[in-house]
Design a protein around this ligand. Structure first.
Ligand code: SAH
Length: 348
């Protein structure tokens, strides 16, 4: 029988587990702190537990391993990239970006992705599986342990669609922001979605304070469909209504993400449509000049054209920024490191 994944239990569940083992409730608190504050990777580190208890834990539970198979440090900017191998051999990417306001970790929510966005490297091999809550948490724990840096901000913008792994993702948010764990403020967490409408409505009801980032990428229903297959399932109007619902219920302003693709979604017509969508809303627009991936021939607009696009939107009263590129020398973008490793392994 598989051992239980102890680091995916919240404190309440762990307390219940200890109860069934005949242990006192404070043991659960002790173990929880070892797992989620002292970031123990092994029961043997838990030296204030009796040897007998450690052995019982060892027999029935596991702290699933997540080993770094690559750690790349950018020479251009304070960005580090990690490729982790999960217990079953799947590999996932995480990124650490240092800013003057703190350190931000970009984590993956799935091994692979089934959403099929045309410009994205993470989805090319499809979805292998969703990550467990412990595997989302451990990316941050490992980054802290390996670098000695404290993570203060999280973006769930690595490989995968977090709302396609809803329950584990939600539990991750609760556990990472829990005072008994890393205690990272929900206001410092952003999760990005391609626009799964029912899940956005559901998330709006959870009473969270996280920022929702919505991958827009097209300024009309038609253009969105060309870049994102999911747009055929959920219409732009429905996606926008779900975003409005999220804002109304949480008071958190939506960030819209827009990957700028040369000749595809960077025209004056797009500016007009985007203005129509965003002007009435209390929101922010983040332009991401597309990162060309080997498998597709999408190009990013020239720097001046991207700036012009931004300036025109600004003149129309849109709150807009261009995302600064990070770690471009270390396959910083969107599933490219993971893919490169897969390709290398297949070639060997
Ligand atoms: N599944 C989530 C998270 C994906 S990654 C989502 O779809 O939002 C975070 C952002 O990076 C998304 O907006 C995604 O569309 C964008 N992205 C993916 N590949 C990209 C690329 N090659 N260039 C620019 N942006 C990309």
């Amino acid at each position: 029988m598989d051992k239980k994944d102890i680091a995916s239990y919240n404190l309440e569940e762990l307390t219940q587990e200890m109860k069934t083992l005949g242990e006192k409730p404070f043991r659960a608190r002790q173990i929880y702190a070892w797992l989620h504050q002292k970031l123990a990777g092994d029961f043997q580190e838990m030296t204030d537990l009796s040897k007998a208890l450690r052995e019982r834990l060892e027999a029935g539970y596991e702290i699933r391993k997540m080993e770094p198979v690559a750690h790349l440090i950018s020479k251009k900017d304070p960005t580090e990239k990690f490729l982790f191998e999960l217990a079953d051999g799947n590999q996932i990417e995480s990124v650490l970006m240092k800013y003057n306001y703190g350190n931000s970790a970009c984590i993956s929510s799935q091994a692979g992705c089934r959403m099929g966005c045309r410009f994205c490297a993470s989805t090319i091999g499809g979805l292998n599986r969703s990550l467990r809550t412990s595997e989302m948490l451990r990316q941050i724990y490992q980054i802290q342990k390996i670098t000695g840096e404290r993570v203060s901000n999280i973006v769930v913008m690595g490989t995968g669609e977090p709302l396609d792994n809803y329950d584990n993702f939600l539990k991750f948010i609760h556990m990472v922001s829990d005072g008994n764990g890393l205690n990272i403020s929900q206001r410092n967490i952003t999760a990005s979605t391609c626009g799964l409408v029912p899940q956005i409505h559901r998330l709006a009801e959870e009473g969270l304070q996280i920022t929702l980032a919505l991958s827009l990428h097209g300024s009309t229903q038609e253009k969105r469909e060309k870049l994102m297959p999911i747009a055929r399932k959920y219409k732009l109007s429905e996606v926008l209504a779900a975003c409005d619902d999220y804002f109304d219920k949480t008071g958190r302003r939506i960030t819209f993400e827009y990957s700028l693709v040369k000749g595809v979604n960077d025209t004056d017509e797009d500016i007009a449509h985007l203005t129509g969508i965003l002007k009435p809303r209390n929101c922010h627009l983040n332009l991401i000049p597309v990162n060309p991936i080997r498998e597709r021939d999408f190009q990013r607009p020239d720097r001046e054209n991207a700036l012009e696009f931004k300036n025109k939107l600004e003149k129309n009263g849109i709150n807009v920024t261009i995302r600064r590129e990070r770690g471009s020398d270390i396959d910083g973008a969107c599933g490219q490191l993971r893919r490169r490793y897969q390709t290398v392994q297949k070639e060997n």
